[in-house]
Design a protein around this ligand. Structure first.
Ligand code: SAH
Ligand code: SF4
Ligand code: F3S
Length: 444
């Protein structure tokens, strides 16, 4: 009897990587591997890495280092490192030196060649380190093994042209390349047929979709509209939106199509025009606030979240207070606040007047406190409202259903009986809030 082989993929970073890990899983499946969550039983461990902040990168190295003894006990274990960190300049050399027990190192631009690399390694047992300097044309030849429950990720574009001065993504993901509209729509159609309830369109900046295609009719608003007009019981999401490119067309398309979730993640990064300029974000606080006003006019109950960087070079107390006050003014449903982290190769890395870690920590904590109090207030405003939610699972111990709203908010629905099918949409009336957790009742 042939022994079953197991894979373990450790995914770091954003949704792009989550979906790319699903593509890697598709390849590992072809080789006969099945998933395990146990490091000890794995025959291959793949690190799909992120380097957006130094903290993420250092954590990753600690995790790779921890595999040294595992490899000693099991020399047949295959270890692969891929993704943004191995693509970043000089990192493949560091990984090679620090962790000589790693077998395969590849970057982001040659991820689609993973199958061939693995084939070759299994055959020759010869160490592979291949990181391509530049991006190539989009490769459509993959079969993702999806692992995100009712949600399916769909790339609409790869890479980024924006070069925000703090960000390493354009360096590790290459120039922006949009997929063909018909390829995206065909993929979405198939996913609907397969029964996925949420389909999330992915791009570093979804709003610039189509800018690299020589046809004025290929825009994000058109793509959204076409996907939303497809038949089936599903809902559409998308991320991430860049405030400089979000158009009124897109806002109207979201407002007028029931199948598009009323959820927008619109990272502002800072509330200070001085800092926004230094960040190379290409919009002002005033423009951003006019977008929020426009969204709320067309979509009154829209869930709006944001990303913030605190402690960007030259950020003084006044700049920080502008960010603080902007969060208060917008009353976001979700705030993801990060401490600025120097990334080599980026423009901000060379800026003088870096802010101390102590101040960054203090500022990030202040924002977390503020956003928590806003969330609590917003949650309490939901009591009595009826919300569309997806049943995710039944909890036998707590006796009830875990459900999620379109924005990912969880609502617990107590019930003695486990009779409602998982991954079906229902109307839930929010009844109360206990310890900041929402409790509801099904209306259908
Ligand atoms: N393309 C998306 C996601 C970028 S990465 C976008 O433009 O929104 C996700 C978030 O990480 C960013 O929005 C930003 O807030 C944060 N980030 C990026 N680079 C960073 C850095 N060097 N230090 C701290 N946070 C950073
Ligand atoms: Fe980074 Fe800016 Fe591109 Fe987002 S838009 S990936 S923050 S460079
Ligand atoms: Fe995402 Fe991290 Fe790469 S945030 S694009 S996985 S650097």
């Amino acid at each position: 009897m042939i022994k079953q082989k197991y894979y373990l993929i450790k995914t770091y970073g954003c949704q792009m990587n989550v979906h790319e890990s699903e593509k890697l899983a598709g390849v590992l499946n072809l080789f006969g591997y099945i998933e395990t969550s146990e490091q000890l039983s794995a025959d291959i461990v793949v690190f799909n890495t992120c380097c957006i902040r130094d903290g993420a990168e250092q954590k990753l190295y600690a995790h790779i280092g921890a595999l040294k003894s595992l490899k000693k006990n099991n020399p047949n274990l295959i270890i692969c490192v891929c993704g943004c960190a191995s693509q970043a300049e000089g990192r493949a050399e560091i990984i090679k030196k620090k962790f000589p027990f790693v077998d395969i190192i590849i970057g982001t631009h040659n991820l689609h060649v993973f199958q061939e690399y693995l084939e070759s390694f299994i055959e020759n047992k010869k160490y592979i380190c291949d990181v391509w300097e530049n991006e190539r044309e989009i490769n459509e030849n993959y079969n993702a093994l999806r692992t995100s429950g009712a949600n399916a990720w769909v790339n609409i574009s790869y890479g980024c042209n924006n070069f925000c001065s703090y960000c390493i993504v354009p360096f590790v993901r290459g120039k922006e390349r949009s997929r063909k509209m018909e390829d995206i729509i065909n993929e979405v159609k198939n996913l609907i047929k397969e029964g996925y309830k949420y389909i999330t369109l992915l791009g570093q900046n979804v709003n610039s979709y189509g800018n690299d295609i020589d046809d004025k009719n290929i825009t994000f608003a058109k793509l959204l509209e076409k996907c939303a007009k497809l038949d089936g019981n599903f809902k559409l999401k998308f991320m991430t939106s860049h405030p400089k490119d979000l158009t009124e067309d897109v806002i109207k398309t979201i407002a007028t199509n029931d199948k598009i979730c009323k959820v927008i993640h619109l990272p502002v990064q800072s509330g200070s025009n001085k800092i926004l300029k230094l960040m190379n974000r290409k919009y002002t606080k005033e423009h951003y606030l006019s977008l929020i006003k426009n969204i709320r006019n067309h979509i009154p109950d829209c869930y709006i979240s944001t990303d913030i960087i605190v402690g960007f070079p030259c950020e003084n107390e006044e700049d920080f207070m502008e960010t603080y006050n902007l969060i208060k003014e917008v009353q976001y449903d979700g705030v993801f606040a990060f401490m600025y982290s120097k990334r080599s190769g980026t423009v901000a890395d060379k800026m003088e007047e870096q802010v101390s870690n102590e101040i960054k920590r203090k500022r990030v904590n202040e924002l977390l406190k503020l956003s928590k109090s806003i969330t609590k207030q917003k949650n309490s405003e939901l009591i009595g409202k009826v919300i569309n939610a997806l049943v995710d699972s039944y909890d036998k111990e707590k006796k009830g259903y875990n459900t999620f709203t379109d924005s990912g908010k969880s609502i617990f629905v107590p019930s003695d009986k486990n009779i409602i099918s998982i991954h079906s949409f229902h109307k839930v009336e929010v009844k109360r809030m206990i310890n900041n957790k929402l409790i509801g009742e099904f209306l259908n």
